[in-house]
Design a protein around this ligand. Structure first.
Ligand code: AMP
Ligand code: MG
Length: 340
């Protein structure tokens, strides 16, 4: 049985937070909001509890989790070494949408890190997440609270869709603010490497770290999670990227092509004045930030409308737009049409 607890985003009710924290302490699973997406949490220091996360999500065992903390001091318990540059990032960007990879200490169970000798750590800024971690008095290991492969949940309703009956508690604090997952940076290598673009734009990181590497495309990405089909709705997704006029022309052609095949076609449009004649057209925002916030919801909503093919127009890869395009291309299984 899953208990759903409505907890205020701005003033978390202590008694309800306590109720959820007890479940964590007892080795149960609690889905909770963060500023990025909803997480599926368990006591990070309890391997049996962490195992339940993998089971509930259907998550491959080689995909490590992020340990969430509410006090920066906890980094020194979970990590063996904390380089000066990592401390600089913690000071500047925590609490916030940045996950830092460090050498792990012996305190962290292997199941959390999928056997790696590094650990991913983040201090979220969401009041409910912070209150829950503080009250549980333990770091909380949490990936996103979706079934493995599905779009990440940005509202409690999405968590309920995927996780009801699979977890002990789902906290409902409404929509999340950022809408895409955290940026993951590996501070165990020189220069530091961004393993996953996310809620914290690279441009902001670059103001503090002069030299940041970007991972080369390889068969074995360093963030193991990046190799799986991900963020994918039931519908097929095609991304159309490039010059605005050409994108619109290509989108129109694709709409006609799939309609002729008898498919129900949805379009995620990058501009408002589109004139598309698809079955469903969603315009999800005029800024990168707005699109990030609404992206995963839109993908789930297309499924509810039984769309067969989603044609998604690319947006500019600046700021959080880089994370948006990373998620979109993955959702499409790299089915990308470029019209430059
Ligand atoms: P999720 O919370 O579902 O977005 O997944 C967490 C992401 O962080 C996944 O892409 C993981 O592969 C990545 N991650 C977690 N721990 C590590 C680690 N020790 N080294 C590299 N990547 C990690
Ligand atoms: Mg995830």
């Amino acid at each position: 049985m899953t208990i759903i607890l409505k907890i205020s985003k701005d003033n978390p009710e202590k008694i309800l937070v306590k109720q959820a924290a007890v479940i964590i302490k007892e080795g149960g699973l609690v889905a909770f909001p963060t500023e990025t997406v909803y997480g599926l949490g368990a006591d990070a220091l309890n391997p049996k509890a962490v195992a339940k996360i993998f089971e509930a999500k259907g998550r491959p065992a080689d995909n490590p989790l992020i340990a969430h903390i509410a006090d920066k001091k906890d980094v020194y318990r979970l990590a063996k070494e904390v380089p000066k540059e990592a401390e600089l990032l913690m000071k500047e960007f925590w609490p916030g949408p940045l996950t830092i990879i460090l050498k792990k200490s012996n305190l962290v169970p292997d199941i959390v890190t999928a056997g790696l000798d590094t650990v991913a750590i983040r201090m979220p800024s969401h009041k409910v997440a912070l209150a829950l971690i503080k009250e549980a008095k333990t770091p909380i290991a949490a990936p996103s609270a979706n079934l493995s492969g599905k779009p990440s949940p940005t509202d409690a309703g999405h968590v309920i869709e995927d996780m009801k009956g699979r977890v002990d508690v789902i906290i409902d604090s409404g929509k999340t603010d950022i809408g895409v997952e955290s940026t993951v940076i590996d501070m165990t290598v020189k220069p530091p490497l961004v393993l996953r673009p996310g809620g914290l734009p690279k441009e902001e990181l670059e103001e503090f770290l002069k030299n940041i590497g970007k991972e080369e495309k390889s068969d074995k990405p360093k963030a193991p999670g990046m190799k799986y089909r991900h963020y994918a709705p039931n519908a097929d997704v095609i991304v159309v990227e490039g010059n605005k006029e050409k994108v619109m022309k290509k989108t129109k052609e694709l709409i006609e092509e799939y309609k002729l095949k008898g498919k129900k076609v949805g379009v995620m449009a990058a501009i408002k004045e589109h004139g598309y004649e698809a079955d469903v057209v969603k315009f999800i925002g005029s800024t990168e930030k707005e699109v990030a916030k609404k992206l995963f919801r839109a993908l789930r909503d297309f499924d509810k409308e039984d769309i067969h093919v989603i044609i998604a127009e690319g947006i500019e890869e600046k700021g959080i737009g880089e994370a948006v395009m990373n998620r979109l291309r993955k959702a499409a299984g790299y089915n990308v049409v470029e019209v430059r």
